[in-house]
Ligand binder design. Sequence first.
Ligand code: F0G
Length: 462
Amino acid sequence: MKFQTIIEPFRIKTVEPIRQTTEAERRAAIEAAHNNVFLLKARDVLIDLLTDSGTGAMSVFQWSGMMKGDESYAGARSFDVFEKSVRDITGFTHVIPTHQGRAAEHILFHTMVRPGDIVPNNTHFDTTRANVEDAGGIALDLPIAEGSQAVSNHPFKGNMDTAALEDTLERYGDRVPLVMITVTNNSEGGQPVSLINVREVSALCRRFGVPLFIDACRFAENAWLIKTREASMCARTPRSIAQEMFSLADGCTMSAKKDGMSNIGGFLAMNNGSLAVKCRTRLVLTEGFPTYGGLAGYDLEAIAVGLNEALDEDYLRYRIRSIEYLGEKLLLAGVPIVTPTGGHALYLDARRMLPHIPQSEYPAWALSLVLYIEGGIRAAEIGSVMFGRRPDGSEHPSELELVRLAFPRRVYTQSHVDYVAEVVQHVNGMASRIRGVRIVEAPPVLRHFTAHLAPAHGRLVT
Ligand code: F0G
């Protein structure tokens, strides 16, 4: 390319104001939210990086598609549009719309998994794990070793450990109803899975006669990272890489709130006809009729367009570059982050930034509070508050203490990213004055959503 600057490949037609607040206002807001950013009012947040799920901006083509939504209960034209779009990209025969990703997981696992079964995955996302376990199964994570190392230059830290998968299939093959692979690997830092790895996993599954399903939430970002990081892939389009990836599997679950570029929606897709019949039967009980499955006709239209927009090269270049750009700025300023940067988010490494805070005082949680108080940025802790409690109620520190800055799609511009970099650098500069937090009250499961916390030593910052 003749020019180096990578621009946002869109112009802005509708704007949503965001509100500046004073530090005093933010202190009051976080106190009222019991020191939990999930309990803040969104209007009190300046830059919201809590999640990239359902928070993106839709295009004019998606909005105009929505006006064409066919809201017929059965046989809606919008379903045909949706089905065609999903089939063109995934190649799967049976396409079952759901209201979001976890609904697809619920239907799939409750149809395929019997008590005591084992479901291997590179790393299960929380809802995926919860749905496997709810069906009585054992959710087995088989990431490669680099996956849990904060600092690495492995280009595909999201990969599955194929030797461990082979061992699992050899030992317990008859108890494995399906294998899943999550692209990108959200729980290991939004890190991609290589096409070579998907090919190897697929070959193993075929050898053992076990179906392979892809957790496809961020399939387009993964395809771009394959294109740019995997030798021999640079000349291919993200679409053709995604198509090959899906062709190696027997089905997928999808949250259209991510690379469907939509605010709600998802689907389950597969080639096996008798499995599809069983899944549709369950769909009618929990979601809706098979041609709308928990969505409005206009949602199906938005997703049909969004899936294709997610594969646009200009968009993906901007998308992945903005995370990488933030990563470069922070590394240059000496801020500890997870490397390499991945698809949808940048992860701050709180154990290295706040080595004086013991894990029992939740360093990443404390960091998320200071980011909000100092700069109005909302980001989620991925650490011991989220993962630090065993099913029997005992505490155990999580391997990493991270804060995830997840970027909504097409929402923030480079100046927003520059602002985030400035705030994070400032917070890094005051790291030695940040103190830990303690849990005041919390529910037994998924405690991070609603827990109440307080500074462990009177003040959060000394
Ligand atoms: N799988 C992965 C890898 C995910 O990241 C998510 C959601 C789901 C499944 C479930 O999809 O939310 O539509 O039901 N991840 C969001 C996040 C919530 O913030 O990472 P859903």
